[in-house]
Design a protein around this ligand. Structure first.
Ligand SMILES: [Mn+2]
Length: 210
C-alpha cells in the first residue's frame, strides 16, 4: 500500500487540480480520495470531471466521493429537483457556470451522468471516515442521513465529540486546513480565491495549489 491522500473541493478549477496533482506526483499504489464538489463556481467543471475520470483509470485505487454539488445534478437526472432547488443551484451555487462549461465543450451534462450517479457518499478505513460535509454527532455511521453527510455544518463543526474515527471532509470553507482531534477539513475555497488542498494520512503532509 502506498500513500493515502485526500483532496478537497475543486469546483471547476482545472489548473489548480493539475498543479496539485503535479506536486503530489501520484504512484500506482497510492490511494487518492476525492471528497466531492468537482463542479460549480469555477469555469471548467466539464474539464475537471474529465480529468478526474481519466485519473481514476490511471490510478485504480482512486475513490471519488459525492459532494452536495454533484447531488444537485443527480437529482436533476432523477427528475426530482424542484423548480425552487433548481434556481438555487443555477443562480446561487454556480450551476449556470457548470452548464456553460459543458456547452462550450460541445456536450450536455448527460455525458457524465454515469459518473455523477455512481459517486458514493462516504468511505471508511480503520482510522478515518471520508465524506463531503461531515456527520451528525451521536448517530452511528450506518444510520447517518445522506443529506447530513453531504451538507451538514452545525452541530458537527463545533462538536467536541470523538466520532470513533477521524472525519476527513470538505464543504465548509476555511482559510487553512483545519486539523482537529476528531476531524480534518481541507476545503480551502478553491472555487473562490483559495488554494486547492490535499492531505496525506496519517502523516498530515499538506500540498496546496493556488
Ligand atoms: Mn464545496
Amino acid at each position: 500500500m502506498g500513500r493515502l491522500i485526500a483532496i478537497g473541493d475543486i469546483h471547476g478549477r482545472l489548473s489548480k487540480l493539475e498543479g496539485l496533482i503535479d506536486k503530489i506526483a501520484p504512484q500506482e499504489n497510492d490511494q487518492i480520495i476525492f471528497l466531492g464538489d468537482y463542479i460549480d463556481r469555477g469555469p471548467e467543471s466539464y474539464q475537471v470531471v474529465e480529468y478526474v475520470k481519466k485519473f481514476k483509470k490511471l490510478f485504480k485505487l482512486t475513490l471519488t466521493l459525492r459532494g452536495n454539488h454533484e447531488d444537485f445534478v443527480v437529482s436533476l437526472f432523477k427528475g426530482n429537483m424542484s423548480q425552487y432547488l433548481r434556481n438555487i443551484w443555477l443562480e446561487d451555487n454556480g450551476g449556470k457556470l457548470t452548464l456553460s462549461s459543458y456547452k462550450k465543450a460541445g456536450h450536455f451534462l448527460k455525458i457524465h451522468q454515469d459518473f455523477f450517479m455512481s459517486l458514493p457518499v462516504y468511505y471508511e478505513t480503520e482510522k478515518y471516515i471520508f465524506c463531503h460535509a461531515g456527520v451528525r454527532p451521536g448517530i452511528p455511521l450506518n444510520k447517518q442521513k445522506m443529506s447530513d453527510l453531504l451538507e451538514i455544518r452545525e452541530p458537527f463543526l463545533s462538536s467536541e465529540q470523538n466520532f470513533g474515527k477521524i472525519i476527513v471532509h470538505g464543504h465548509t470553507m476555511v482559510n487553512s486546513p483545519e486539523i482537529l482531534f476528531n476531524r480534518i477539513n481541507i476545503d480551502t475555497g478553491a472555487g473562490h480565491y483559495g488554494p486547492l488542498t490535499a492531505i496525506e494520512l496519517p502523516s498530515l503532509k499538506i500540498w496546496q495549489q493556488m
